[in-house]
Design a protein around this ligand. Structure first.
Ligand code: PGA
Length: 248
């Protein structure tokens, strides 16, 4: 079974609404590729202008965060129905910056994955180890545990529509990329974990991205690996280079 490649930009806390529209215009002709799912995950305030800017193109809109309730007294938060209504299809959940800076734990992340599926949003679930865990050699157990916690109570049919992003924290925004072999080792292990938790068909269907300093220079080698189905791209998603990654 061949999985469709998915290249997602994670804009993080970058681009004002007018800058976001400009970036969409810059990238417009560069990201045309009907064989790839292209997603821009953008700050909440950029969602509406970006959704308008990419209308009629192959680009899908994603969000970077949401809360698990539909509405109510949750000052500062944004809900799944709000995102859906604004044209969002994908949602990043469990990014290491949300885990480390904003204290999101696997219980909340699991609730978010379930809520996203229940709301018709497609989660991009992030996992990955710190440099200390990489050096200690315990990163495999760590990532398996993240996947098990984060997918607790999530059905096989849902997982078939899940995207998992393996993002070693030591490679995020550092310019230090995992080698293609290091990335493949973990992506393969994640697929085997899904096979153990569910079944072979589910493991074959789930799409697994690599993320962490992916750029125009290293994308092709990473994406050539059998268990790497795409990329979650931070820094390079804000530049014309993103087009080269989409077409790598
Ligand atoms: P980076 O970020 O490409 O800038 O390393 C990736 C991410 O955090 O999703």
């Amino acid at each position: 079974m061949s999985r469709r490649r998915i290249i997602a930009g994670n804009w993080k806390m970058n681009k004002t609404p007018s800058e976001a529209v400009e970036l969409c215009a810059t990238l417009k002709d560069l990201v045309k590729n009907d064989d790839v799912d292209v997603v821009y995950c953008v700050p909440a305030i950029d969602i509406v202008p970006v959704a308008n800017a990419v209308k009629g193109t192959n680009v899908h809109v994603g969000a970077e965060n949401f809360y698990i309730e539909d509405k109510g007294a949750f000052t500062g938060e944004i809900s799944a129905p709000m995102l859906k209504d604004a044209g969002v299809e994908y949602i990043i959940i469990g990014h290491s910056e949300r885990r480390d800076i904003f204290g999101e734990n696997d219980i909340l992340i699991n609730q978010k994955v379930k809520k996203a599926f229940a709301s018709g949003l497609k989660p991009i679930l992030c996992c990955g180890e710190s440099l200390a865990l990489r050096k200690a050699g315990t990163y495999t157990e760590w990532i398996k545990r993240q996947i098990k916690w984060d997918l607790d109570g999530v059905s096989a049919d849902e997982v078939k529509n899940l995207v998992i992003a393996y993002e070693p924290i030591w490679a995020i925004g550092t310019g230090e990329t995992a080698t293609a072999d290091q990335a493949e080792e973990v992506c393969k292990m994640i697929r085997e974990t899904i096979a153990d938790m569910y079944d072979a068909a589910t493991a074959e269907a789930v799409r697994i991205q690599y993320g962490g300093s992916m750029n125009a220079g290293n994308a092709a080698e990473l994406l050539a690996k059998p268990d790497i189905d795409g990329g979650l791209i931070g820094g390079a998603s804000l530049k014309p280079d993103f087009g080269q990654i989409v077409n790598a």
